[in-house]
Design a protein around this ligand. Sequence first.
Ligand code: FNR
Length: 358
Amino acid sequence: MSHLFSPLTIKDVTLRNRIGVSPMCQYSATDGVPNDWHLVHYGSRATGGAGLIIVEAAAVEPRGRISPEDLGMYSEEQIPAYQRLTAFMKENGAVPGIQLAHAGRKASTHSPFKQQGSEPAVATENGGWDVIGPSALPFAEGYKTPKEATIEEIKEIQEKFRQATIAAAKAGFEWLEFHAAHGYLAHSFYSPLSNKRTDEYGGSFENRIRFTLETAQIMREAWPDHLPFTVRISATDWTEGGWTIEESVELSKRLKALGVDLIDCSTGGNVSDAKIPVGAGYQNTFAERIRNEASIATAAVGLITQGMQADELIRNEKADLILIGREFLRDPYWPLRAATTVHKINDLAIPPQYARGW
Ligand code: FNR
């Protein structure tokens, strides 16, 4: 029976355990280039025992950054800076992954700890930029109204995803995630709440998922066959008339057919007033349903904070991988602690420098 500290093999990559660092923006980059903060932050989670580290959303073009301090994967100078990170993570037993993203209509906003006042958007005169989306509908008050993307612009953005995918492989990443959740560009195309288009990218379910499917296919083709390619989706909009879990199951089947190896099951983020029943493991049922109904590996994420809680999900075949977010911000050594609580300390490869501490 698999458990939290069993290895997980997908394609040619084996994670030393089922614990991954969920992608979390650090809002600490200049011109999209990772720096010492990122090396120490991701490096400590590698020495802390995570099997997988998914580096935060890296934008495929400057316009696709959530904030001016986001990471990017669109310029040559970014690649060697990432190589430093991926080498260190690998040396310390973690598989280096990265999430490629385009923030769409939620771009050009202040990072949480740089915001002054209540206005989320960064004005163009203060270093912000014009944003793009499926329809000219802002996410919420204080956000920019996106330009409705033309077909040509859609293709250009997809080409940026292709180039960023190639760059991510060059940078030494071995696990790639396409960010199609949280109200960013792909999610805003597949949710009927943000997509009011009448062309082949809007309207019916088939048309709304077209952007995500096409982009995933382009990325899968550009990414080495032998490395895992995954997609994070928002499995529900948590709002009447919004995107549903049933649609997520169907989308996951289509993504699987394109060669996607795992669905990372998050929720929400596309409407500002959704009523989300946040609580322990509140998103886990989505990972379980997609795993069962679309027959694809899934990652569970969202308020999973305890070793036993994470272990139970793997043992009872509700998910294949556990992603931990905020608990990893509080404790880079979460896997070491979890290993003691689930009595698997001997299954954990503790860095020799730390072995005497355990
Ligand atoms: C996030 N989250 C997030 N999600 C994502 O897909 N890409 C990202 O870059 C980010 N950035 C980010 C930054 C910060 C500071 C937080 C707290 C969260 C969401 C994150 O990956 C995770 O899905 C949620 O935090 C829920 O998991 P936890 O924190 O309850 O374990």
